[in-house]
Design a protein around this ligand. Structure first.
Ligand SMILES: NC(=O)c1ccc[n+]([C@@H]2O[C@H](COP(=O)([O-])OP(=O)(O)OC[C@H]3O[C@@H](n4cnc5c(N)ncnc54)[C@H](OP(=O)(O)O)[C@@H]3O)[C@@H](O)[C@H]2O)c1
Length: 336
């Protein structure tokens, strides 16, 4: 192969992205310099966070530059190497781009992975990658749910939420999930072990609040928030004293003007804590978290779902599935 197809940003979206924002370009496969290696990307992870990197504003990452391929985690195989630590044939994973070939070795983020330890190479982008680790540290290091407590997870049927619910259940808590639609709600209780599910679609704060109250008769002690907006407002109306709410993501605000929250008074009245949470804060403990997840997988004690589309031509529909809820698990592109 001499051509590298790359899914590039050509115009920053305002609101939901569409085809006018991106272009699939063909370039020559890049040559590697000293200390570099060429990665043939087998899987690309498309994450909600990418939407925020399309904006001009600097977040915890610089914006993706116009003309550049979308920044994304990938797993792939080294095809050529001028780096003493990486040999042809090594499987590697790291923060690269939505492209068929990437260059490694310029930063320390691309690491070798032992694909034999996981159910499949793609697992290093899903349950044993950033997604599973986000659930792991959110539950095991931040929220630490216990028997007798009620944990509410929003975006519960998604990649992070489906793992977070299972991990919390293992610790003995009552676990309630919010998701969009009857099918996803059934999956919460039947596949991921949630105690109860709440469908948020088409509901205002009042109706959602009533459904959350019914699913959480003892109130809510802990919240793993992935969505924000109306759902977070309805949740705050039911928090117990000293509740802990971690903001893992606020996907309902990524494509629309910020909703904020109108129920902050509940946080004050209940002496609760709202905390921003980012998996990168656990950078030094990633290996430990990954080993724990791989152990659970090996024992058959954790289920996970992947939503895989084939070919880089499918980058846009794969990305957009995150925002219309049509994804049924971790969204990835399979390139090889
Ligand atoms: N803090 C961190 O370190 C970190 C790391 C990874 C991910 N995250 C965050 O975690 C959240 C979940 O990410 P994921 O990768 O697991 O994605 P995901 O849950 O697999 O997919 C996104 C889901 O969000 C829901 N959604 C999308 N737009 C929505 C809207 N306007 N209102 C309500 N729900 C909406 C949809 O589910 P329904 O069908 O149920 O609506 C969709 O399936 C995101 O907020 C992401 O930014 C944070």
């Amino acid at each position: 192969m001499t051509v590298n197809r790359r899914f590039t940003l050509i115009q920053r979206p305002s609101g939901l992205p569409d085809a006018s924002n991106f272009r699939l370009v063909e370039e020559a496969v890049p040559a590697i310099g000293d200390g570099e290696f060429l990665i043939r990307n087998h899987y690309v992870s498309l994450d909600p966070a990418i939407r925020n990197w399309l904006n001009e504003t600097v977040t915890y990452m610089p914006p993706i530059a116009i003309g550049d391929a979308l920044r994304a985690s990938t797993v792939g195989v080294v095809e050529a190497s001028n780096h003493p630590g990486f040999a042809v044939g090594d499987w590697v994973s790291g923060l690269n781009k939505t492209e068929e070939y990437s260059i490694g070795g310029r930063d320390p983020f691309t690491q070798k992975v032992d694909v034999g330890l996981a159910p499949s190479p793609s697992a290093f982008l899903s349950v044993a990658g950033g997604t599973g680790l986000t659930a792991w540290f959110g539950i095991e290091a931040e929220l630490k749910p216990e028997k007798g407590q009620t944990l509410l997870v929003s975006g519960a049927a998604g990649a992070v939420g489906s793992i977070a619910g299972q991990l919390a259940k293992r610790r003995g808590a009552r676990v309630v999930g919010i998701a969009g639609g009857a099918e996803k709600c059934a999956r919460l209780t039947e596949r991921y072990g949630y105690d109860a599910a709440v469908d948020y679609r088409g509901k205002d704060v009042e109706r959602l609040s009533a459904d959350i109250a019914a699913a959480c008769p003892d109130g809510i002690d802990l919240v793993f928030e992935n969505v924000g907006g109306v759902g977070l407002d309805a949740t705050l109306l039911h928090i117990n004293r000293k509740a802990l709410i971690i903001l893992c993501g606020l996907i309902s605000e990524y494509n629309s003007p910020r909703y904020g929250t109108r129920q902050l008074i509940e946080v004050q009245m209940q002496g609760a804590t709202i905390k921003g949470y980012h998996v990168a804060d656990y950078g030094m403990q990633m290996g430990e978290g990954r080993r724990a997840i791989l152990d659970l997988l090996a024992r058959g004690e954790l289920v996970h779902d992947e939503h895989v589309l084939e070919g880089i031509d499918n980058a846009l529909p794969a990305f957009l599935s995150l925002f219309d809820g049509s994804n049924q698990g971790k969204v990835m592109l399979k390139l090889v």
